[in-house]
Design a protein around this ligand. Structure first.
Ligand SMILES: *Cc1c(COP(=O)(O)O)cnc(C)c1O
Length: 230
């Protein structure tokens, strides 16, 4: 089942890329493994999954150490709490998608200083204006990026968003366009220490729109592993 799901997903990614005039190889598929157990994740890895995303540190601790040498990268995509920074750093995430708070970013920077390490991060933007969602207001994103850029151990690599939960494609597309526009605007600013390389947007229900709007990391759970059972 997993093999078939991945095959279908790759076809969909290919089709969406073609439609957008893009090369599918420039799109990183991040398999979101939350709630799923090791054997099924390992099965996905044998069928070509190379990048794994988790959104809860406690859950990631149970799995990532066992997967580390079988994957290329582990990404943290969830809300980062400052009291869990040390636990997350032990898991050595290649990328943290979800920086959206100055105080947490400062603590992360300090902790990295102690470890003498640098960390690639994305800034999470709340493009849907839903109050239930984490992320920086689009209007405040540029100034937030400028502040975070001053933290010497954090390397900003791009932006991330979660599209609006709605069946209205126009609204979802607007979220992704907002993120892409910010991405280009920030790139133009040439802020020292800031690279606008990754645009992380699109999940199972909206990744095709995200690809059309320029995503180069898509975060996919259900289309690979089936519905989640909490
Ligand atoms: C769960 C999750 C996903 C994947 O969701 P699916 O709809 O199952 O593809 C993507 N991004 C984040 C931040 C998530 O928490």
């Amino acid at each position: 089942m997993i093999a078939e799901n991945i095959e279908k997903l790759n076809k969909r990614i290919e089709n969406a890329s073609k439609k957008a005039g893009r090369d599918p190889s420039e799109i990183k598929l991040l398999a979101v493994t939350k709630t799923h157990l090791l054997p099924i994740i390992e099965e996905a890895i044998t069928h070509g999954i190379e990048y794994i995303g988790e959104n809860r540190i406690q859950e990631a601790e149970q799995k990532i150490p066992f997967l580390k040498d079988k994957i290329r990268e582990f990404h943290f995509i969830g809300h980062l709490q400052s009291n869990k920074i040390n636990k997350l750093m032990k898991l050595e995430p290649a990328l943290i998608h979800s920086i959206d708070k100055q105080s947490t970013a400062r603590k992360l920077n300090e902790y990295l200083g102690e470890l003498q390490k640098k960390q690639d991060v994305l800034i999470q933007v709340n493009t849907s204006a839903e109050t239930s969602k984490f992320g920086i207001d689009p209007q405040e994103t540029l100034s937030f990026v400028r502040e975070i850029a001053k933290l010497e151990n954090l390397q900003i690599m791009g932006l991330m968003t979660i599209g609006m939960f709605t069946s209205d494609e126009t609204i979802i597309r607007k979220c992704f366009q907002t993120l892409h526009r910010l991405f280009e605007e920030i790139k133009q600013e040439n802020i020292p220490g800031v690279k606008m390389k990754f645009l992380s947007m699109g999940m199972t229900d909206d990744f095709e729109i995200a690809i059309e709007e320029g995503a180069n990391i898509i975060r996919i759970g259900s289309a690979i592993f089936g519905a989640r059972n909490y």
